[in-house]
Ligand binder design. Sequence first.
Ligand code: BJW
Length: 250
Amino acid sequence: MNEPQVEEVVKILAGAGRVAVLTGAGISAESGVPTFRGKDGLWKQYKPETLATPEAFERDPKLVWEWYDWRRGLIAPVEPNAGHRTIAGWESLFGEMAVITQNVDGLHAKAGSRDVIELHGNIWKMRCTREGTVEEVKATPLPRIPPVCPNCGSLFRPHIVWFGESLDPVVLDRAYGLSESCQVMFVIGTSAIVQPAASLPYAAARAGAKIIEVNLEPTPLSPHATFFFQGKAGEILPLLDRQLRKRTRP
Ligand code: BJW
C-alpha cells in the first residue's frame, strides 16, 4: 500500500468525528459469502430476473424460496471476518459511526456493529405478502417451502429488496441523512452500480465528505473517490485501523 496515502487517510480519520461506512458483498467475500457480480458471483450461475424480482416470486415462489433456503444454509455457519470486526471496533473510536450495508447476511451485526442500516433487507427475515408483518426465522433448512404466515396462511416472502422494488423510505432517508452529515465515508466491497445505494457516496461528497474506497478492483466510483485502496477489505481495514490507533493512542 502507498504509505503517504495511508498517512494522509489516518490524519483525516484522526480528526473526524462523524464517519459512515457503506458496504457491499465484497466485505463478506472473505467470510465465504459469494458476491453477485464478478467471475464467481451469484449472477454468473443464476439469472437475477428468475430469482430476485417480484415477478419471479409471483411466477414461482417455490423456486425463489429454494434459492434463498440454499443461501441461508450457506450463510448460517459463516463468521464475520477482520473487515467486519474492524468496522465494529470503530464505534468506540468515532463520535458518530454508522454502517450502511447493501448486504442481507447480517454479518455486521454478528461482528458487533450496533448501528447497521440494511438497505436491501435481511435474509433471516420474512414478510407476510398479505399483512406485511415481518418475522425473523433462523431455521435452516426451512421446514416448509414456500413458508406461510402462521397468522393468515398467506405466503411469506423474503424480507429483501428485489430489482424494481423501492427501498423502505425510512431506511433510505436515514442513509441519505448519514451520508450528507458524515465527514468521511468508506465505500467497501461494492461494485457501486446498484441504485439508489450507488448514489450515496456522491451525496456524501457533495456535502463535503472525503470518500475512501476499498475494493479489489476499480469501480465507476473510483475516479471520484478521494482515496482508492485496491485490495482485500480484510487486510486493508485492519492496517488502517492499526495506524490510526497508533496515532490516536501512542
Ligand atoms: C472485494 C472483495 C474483498 C470482492 N475486498 N472488495 C437508475 C439507473 C438505472 C437503473 C436503476 C436506477 N434506479 C434504479 C434502478 C434499477 C435497479 C438498479 O440499480 N439496477 C442497476 C443494476 C443498474 N435498482 C433497483 O431496482 C432498486 N430499486 C429502486 O431503485 O426502486 C425504484 C426504481 C425502480 C426501477 C427503476 C427506477 C427506480 C432495488 C435494488 C435492489 C438490489 N437487490 C439486490 C438483490 C437482493 C437479492 C438478494 O440478496 O437475495 O441486492 S441486487 C444485488 O446487488 C444485491 C446487492 O446488495 C446489490 C449490490 O451488489 P454489491 O454489493 O455491489 O455486490 P457486487 O457483487 O456487485 O460487487 C462486489 C464488489 O466487491 C466488487 O466490486 C468486487 O471487486 C469487490 N470485492 N471481494 C474488497 N475481499
